[in-house]
Design a protein around this ligand. Sequence first.
Ligand SMILES: Cc1cc2nc3c(=O)[nH]c(=O)nc-3n(C[C@H](O)[C@H](O)[C@H](O)COP(=O)(O)O)c2cc1C
Length: 398
Amino acid sequence: MRVRRCAHLMFEPREALQFDLDSLVGGGDGLRTELSLLALVPHNRQEIAVSVAEAALLARVPCTTWTDLETLAATHDPDGIHSLIARGLLIADDADHAADRARDDRVREANWHTLSAVQHYFGCWDGVRSGDETRRAGYVTLQDLIAKLGEPPPPAQEHSSAAARLPLPPPQTSDFDDLLRRRATCRNFDTTTALAQTELATMLHRVFGAQGTLQINGGGDTTVIKRNSPSGGGLHPTGAYVIARHVQGLACGLYHYRPLEHALEPMRGLAQDEADDLALRSVAAQAYFAAAPVLVVLAVRFPRNFWKYRNHAKAYRVTTLDVGHLSQTLYLSATDLGLGAFITAAINEIEIEQAFGLDALVESAIAVCGFGHRAAQRETPEFDPRGLVWRTDGTRTR
Ligand SMILES: Cc1cc2nc3c(=O)[nH]c(=O)nc-3n(C[C@H](O)[C@H](O)[C@H](O)COP(=O)(O)O)c2cc1C
């Protein structure tokens, strides 16, 4: 048998403070510090406690080439080696460890930058209810936050005195400014009105559709698509996975949007209560967002971007910036159609990926957006200081 270290691995020395009655009784501060060393392994999203000796052994096993197990066992504790294999930190080339090897191969082949892989896979949630912790801690409004945390840093940095500033002429305005100003994150969806299919089609086409294509003859069949948003390397690795809850003439369920054909691929039919439940779990229990008739998961196919930006320190950042651009195009497209829209990154990626059957090592959710008709009456606060969406009595302006 041969072994190699898993493709991506980082060590975190972690410190946890534990309540300690003995310390308190003995006149101490009642706290005990527990130190541990964790191996962070993106291919199985696991934090694995290791000893310093195990970390030293891992540091001596190459990850690009295979080492004969017997050769390694001649200089290192064989039980320790087998324990690292069993925990997926060392990858073995035998049949018993094929599943672990396949997962490691998929992350390896995706050309991740190690820090980014750790950041992404350890930032994913499963079963989280956003806001529960802050509510428990008493942080609900901005006023609560200021009372507990003090003032936030100012809205803009100051680099000179007021006298040194150069005043600019008033900005030009056009209808576009009106559209930009009316954009506001919607937390009040009309739960009775279905979205028309043409509204859904227009939104998907404007935001995710191919507005033009370029064929490149490089021996294969490479198609480059143009969207209404920029994308790092022009690669557009972001896919649109639709949770359709309430669309006229469209069965409730999960779909994938095909940007070139402007068509939906049905992935799974859902009963209404299943779709409602998935929507709520997807947005980590933010009920005001789950009420949107359509939610769209923005999932990045990392190997597509990393095909060009291999093991690149900026590549992951670029993919998340792409998602941000798509979300602004989605907001503006919705505002233009008289719809409300939202984005949230407080999402349960793992539940979303399971529901759609996505292989997270290839394609993973970064954000969830949604859109639909706004309610007639505002119940949940929105950020609309100029009153362009809501009147002071909570009724809609248009
Ligand atoms: C990446 C991103 C994540 C966000 N996540 C949440 C969220 O989890 N919950 C929420 O209520 N709003 C979320 N928002 C919306 C912001 O709260 C909102 O954009 C901000 O308050 C400004 O309001 P506006 O969009 O109406 O101008 C998010 C916005 C962005 C850009």
